[in-house]
Design a protein around this ligand. Sequence first.
Ligand code: UDP
Length: 327
Amino acid sequence: MNILLTGGAGYIGSHVALSLLDSGNDITIIDNLITGNKEILPKNINFYNCNINNKKKIKEIIQSSQFDILMHFAGYIKVEESVYQPEKYFENNTKNAISLFETCLENNLNNIIFSSTAAIYGNPKNNNPITENVILEPLNPYGESKMRTEKYLLANNDKFNSIILRYFNVAGADSQLRTGLISDEATHLIKIISEVAVGKRSKILIYGNDYQTLDGTALRDYIHVSDLADIHVEAAKYLLKNKQTNVFNCGYGKGYSVLEVINEANNITGNKIKFEFSKRRRGDAEKLVADVNKINKYIKWQPRYNNLKKIIESSINWEKKINEKNL
Ligand code: UDP
């Protein structure tokens, strides 16, 4: 396959780029390097430093090759920031994404894989794992911005064949440490735990211990980023074969509480992860666990890292590496 990938210098995009290359595909990456980092771009690939709303340049790029699929990762992803700067999220994650899709369509590229998020579900009322067809009620502008883009693709399914992947909590790093999460202001749980593990921070705050869960801390479905990357490769094959729009949850279907994750990290590090309880964070849901029946039915996918210990270990190993390299 020949894939055009936006956001390939970002966390998930760079892992997907590696999975595609490792399985013998061709890729071209577009990234404006605002939140992305050149250090984690795969070597010897076509790379363009370009905004996704630069219609002229994107047109030239699309016309330079016969792409099978656009995979669109470029986007802002910080929930709390989106609460304070909603316009930034609607501008980039919705308006610019739609402009990119239109440019693709104008140049006969109509197969799209879109990075969406479990944040579009909000706080589902019932306690079961979340299926793709529940009502979407995002709690924050980040989720809202992704939901609007999904709606555009779904409303235009006569023009586009698209696969919308709703990521649950993505964590961990490439087993060979070729890439991982680089963030100047980390917000994600396992990233922050890793920073504590390598001594970059003294402790972690647990946001809320008064949720209706077994230990009072919030539940999430953590998926290893390399498994998520493999899903994209298989979803791409599925899309080219079936040429149909579809929506899939991406997770393992099992929830861990914040305390359970910290306890596992403490087993790994010999109790290096000091923590304190703090108040709830704005925009956070109580429980987000995927119902994965649909993806398991349609996409040929075998998880390789469905193990919390492996996820945390790979994240800490990556943190050690970037700490030494000052990234
Ligand atoms: N969390 C926490 N302390 C932190 C970072 C995160 O207690 O320093 C909690 C957060 O409130 C949520 C869970 O960990 O319940 C996962 O948060 P993360 O930011 O990793 O992902 P999100 O689910 O918000 O996308």
